[in-house]
Design a protein around this ligand. Structure first.
Ligand SMILES: [Zn+2]
Length: 370
């Protein structure tokens, strides 16, 4: 997806290298967490993703807390430090927009596939970025676990912390869920259960219709499938490949649910963009898709807080983000550096590409200096 309009790739100015553009807040515009991001050459996909993360309040609060900031420095977490500095600028800065120059440069150094000026997929970037952040923050988790353990008398690994404690970060706590797959041999009824950690649910869109609901897409994703022919699975009881029914459900619903609509598909040999109007509402009930062990109202109700939109064609498109600000309790549309407030009813559109929901409603932001 490439953007066609020409974007200046001129020399980086001194103000840009400091991470903040010379733009000043418009009169009366003093909204923390509402800050446009300059386009540095086909970077609308990056800007849309950064806006969504900037409105993920528990992530922002964690990264901007004094304890975390100190730990980031001690543990040499470059990715997280740069990201935290950008969030600080977006939440506490005085400009109506800033240039995420440092964030882009760090991203390009760790994710070379994004080190060019061509348009990329926002969903792919979001996953890569969260992974990079998670890997970086694991250094803090390791340091904290080790410093809380008693000092070993001799060299050895008796005091080694459980690996799980060292590999949990704010990213995994917020964004990771677990899918459960129940397989059933259609010959002997033998069933197995396996799980998979998941960060984004990539939802198919029903074909041949112009309008559907997000529940339709979820139903299609969680639909029971029958594996036949070459897809048959090996049954450990039968010792043979058998027709197998697979039932998918959510074993562990994530705190932050990220839904990705598979709009870029194939029709025959041609790549096409599916323009189906997928209707979604501010509330989403996941209870039909939860496994029986987590069938509880507090697990199943989600609130929408961010949307990534994609307009245009497969190779000539543009990304924008719609985010709910936890402080002003209103929605804003972020089109690179341009920001405007939008009415709740305008959040729904046929351009939605990613939807971000939170299981817990965001409270008044607790950010130092706000
Ligand atoms: Zn069997």
């Amino acid at each position: 997806m490439r953007r066609t309009d020409a974007v200046s790739r001129g020399r980086v100015t001194a103000s840009e290298t400091r991470g903040c553009s010379s733009a000043v807040r418009l009169p009366g515009w003093n909204r923390a967490g509402v800050c446009g991001l300059d386009n540095s050459g086909n970077s609308c996909y990056l800007n849309a993703v950064l806006q969504c993360l900037c409105s993920t309040l528990p992530l922002v609060e964690h990264l901007l807390s004094q304890d975390t900031r100190e730990e980031l420095g001690r543990s040499k977490c470059r990715v997280a430090e740069v990201f935290a500095r950008l969030l600080e600028e977006m939440w506490l800065g005085s400009s109506s927009s800033c240039a995420p120059v440092e964030a882009r440069s760090v991203m390009c150094s760790i994710l070379p596939q994004f080190n060019n000026y061509s348009q990329q997929d926002a969903q792919e970037l979001l996953l890569f970025l969260l992974n990079a952040l998670h890997d970086d923050l694991k250094k803090v988790a390791k340091r904290q676990v080790r410093s809380s353990m008693p000092q070993p008398r001799r060299a050895g690994n008796r005091n080694r912390a459980p690996a799980a404690m060292e590999s949990t970060t704010i990213v995994s706590r917020l964004f990771e869920g677990q899918l459960g797959y129940m397989t059933l041999c259609m010959h002997c009824d033998h069933h197995t259960h396996r799980t998979q950690t998941v960060t984004v649910l990539s939802l198919p869109i029903p074909t041949d219709i112009t309008k559907c609901s997000i529940q339709d897409c979820l139903s299609l994703f969680f639909e029971q499938t029958l594996l036949t022919g070459v897809e048959q699975m090996l049954c450990s009881v039968c010792g043979l490949r058998r027709e197998t029914a697979v039932h998918t459900c959510l074993d562990k619903p994530p705190e932050i649910l990220m839904l990705h609509l598979k709009r870029f598909g194939c029709k025959g040999k041609n790549q096409v963009k599916l323009r189906t109007d997928v209707v979604f509402s501010p509330r989403l009930d996941l209870s039909p898709f939860l496994s029986s062990s987590v069938q509880n109202a507090s697990y199943s109700s989600y609130r929408l807080y961010a949307v990534v939109n994609h307009t245009g064609h497969l190779n000539m498109g543009h990304y924008t983000a719609l985010c709910h600000n936890a402080l002003t309790r209103s929605w804003h549309c972020f089109d690179d550096s341009a920001v405007r407030e939008v009415q709740d009813r305008l959040v729904q559109s046929a351009h939605a590409y990613m939807l971000l929901y939170s299981r817990k409603p965001f409270q008044k932001p607790k950010i130092l200096g706000l």
